[in-house]
Design a protein around this ligand. Structure first.
Ligand code: IMP
Length: 470
């Protein structure tokens, strides 16, 4: 690998830290402070670095083996994570991928929006396949995706006409709108009959105005919704907790917390390709605000990059392939949405978007997934700049109009004939594939520590331990 930046200091184990403490008088105050800090950094962020669907589920599952807690911090059941393990293949939407490990507590944090019907369905289907969900916790502060949010998501999309975002139609945007407008119902509210009744009355009255007067739709049947909410509250009760305190205490004890991102950085509400984005902060900052985890406790921020690009829904995608190569990649990789089944748009690796993603997330290392999908192609391309209005852009353009007009400037690299599929050692990669990986590493500006060469857990090349102490 070409890129060799300074590595973060490893976390000290308890024994080591005590031993070091004894010799503390020999160290400078600054060194002591640095060591102290190093013993209290047990959180690890896993962030989608492109437009989602990079293969985060596999990486979280991989790291969860030695973690204590795995937490979702943003988004809702618009996300779809596929995990393939000894129990089979699972498509998760809300439940964190750590659920498959019996020692891991899986947590849905306050920054997530939760559709109770979807969550209960996921819990039931996991239980039916032998996965114990007793270690699942749902934040009482997470906002509820209500049936009217789903209805409004669909009505608003229709009303956008040719400017439609291509949302997943799961009510995510309207739920976050209500959260910001302070008109949301939170998971904890579902367990408080009196409070829920009062809150729902006000919210439903205003939603009915919009539904009936703006969209000419039927009004919400408030008593039926109230009853349904109370039923959700009863069923979810065993899972509901004040998770901020739980996570804070676990971090103090030095337990290892994996922060499981959803979607990808380019869909971030503030830093993505607005307005064609999701409605939450899916980058590492969203983990701090969406969980109440202080940033200095995050030891590693791992960016998950796919060896090419995919995107679902509308919005600019400079490297999109509308040709036979695009179709070929989509079919080889089965690029269809886990949540909606929609065909994903596919294209070459976009180095400009990828470098932007590294910058806004501060990745300490990267994982490159689905390298095997490119096996057998005569050549592979990497976008190294955009051209728009006669100018060359080597940084991600911030104006959406420019992005719409941008065309990619590519480097073309020779393809490889022998397969990378299933490789577990760097030495098994053909020279051309290694050159491609090295070039991507150079472009994204952080070391690629793991290369995924297939969907199964063992189909991975560990270049360096992703998190040395995990
Ligand atoms: P929403 O999150 O349903 O509002 O959709 C907004 C945009 O984000 C649409 O383009 C969706 O296709 C996209 N999106 C939301 N979740 C995912 C995901 O998990 N993977 C990929 N795209 C997503």
């Amino acid at each position: 690998m070409l890129y060799n930046p300074p590595r973060p200091a490893p976390i000290l184990g308890v024994g080591q830290s005590l031993q070091r403490a004894k010799s503390a008088t020999l160290d400078s105050a600054a060194t002591c402070r640095a060591k102290k800090r190093a013993t209290h950094l047990p959180a690890y962020g896993i962030i989608g670095a492109q437009w989602g669907d990079e293969g985060k589920g596999k990486v979280v599952d991989f790291l969860a083996e030695r973690a204590d807690i795995v937490v979702r911090f943003s988004g809702g059941n618009n996300a779809g994570h596929t995990v393939i393990n000894h129990m089979g293949e699972f498509a998760l939407h809300l439940v964190p991928a750590g659920i498959f490990w019996p020692h891991v507590t899986a947590v849905i944090g306050p920054g997530v929006v939760v559709d109770p019907a979807a969550l209960l369905e996921e819990i039931d289907s996991l239980e039916a396949r032998g996965v114990d969900t007793k270690r699942l916790l749902v934040s009482d502060h997470a906002h509820v995706v209500m049936p009217y949010h789903i209805q409004l998501d669909q009505l608003e999309e229709e009303a956008r006409g040719r400017n439609a975002i291509g949302t997943t139609g799961r009510g995510i945007g309207p739920a976050y709108v209500d959260k910001t407008a302070r008109a949301g119902i939170r998971i904890g509210d579902l367990t408080d009959e009196a409070y829920l009744g009062e809150r729902l009355a006000g919210v439903v009255a205003s939603k009915n105005q919009v539904l009936t007067k703006v969209y000419g739709a039927e009004p919400i049947d408030e008593p039926a919704l109230y009853k349904q909410c109370l039923e959700f509250g009863v069923r979810l009760q065993p899972y509901i907790a004040s998770v901020e305190q739980h996570i804070g205490d676990a971090l103090k004890r030095g337990e290892r917390v994996v922060l499981e991102g959803a979607q990808g950085a380019m869909l971030d509400l503030d830093h993505g390709t607005y307005p064609y984005v999701t409605s939450s902060n899916v980058t590492i900052g969203g983990a701090c605000s969406g969980l109440g985890v202080p940033p200095q406790q995050i030891h590693a921020i791992i960016g998950i990059f796919k060896a090419y690009t995919s995107r679902v829904g509308a919005g600019p995608m400079a490297t999109e392939l509308d040709d036979a190569i695009g179709v070929d990649i989509r079919e080889r990789a089965h690029e269809y949405g886990v949540t909606t089944g929609r065909p994903r748009r596919v294209g070459w690796f976009d180095g400009i978007a990828a470098a932007h993603s590294t910058q806004i997330n501060g990745f300490t290392s990267a994982v490159l997934t689905r390298l095997d999908v490119l096996d057998g192609m005569s050549s592979v391309k990497v976008c190294v700049a955009y051209e728009a209005d006669g100018d060359r852009y080597e940084r991600f353009p911030s104006l959406p109009g420019l992005l719409d007009r941008a065309t990619p400037i590519y480097e073309e690299w020779p393809g490889w004939t022998s397969p990378t599929a299933g490789a577990t050692q760097l030495g098994q990669l053909p020279a051309e594939a290694r050159a491609y990986v090295d070039r991507i590493e150079q472009i994204i500006g952080c070391p690629i520590d793991l290369i995924s060469t297939g969907p199964k857990r063992h189909e991975s090349i560990t270049v360096r331990p992703l998190v040395p102490e995990l």
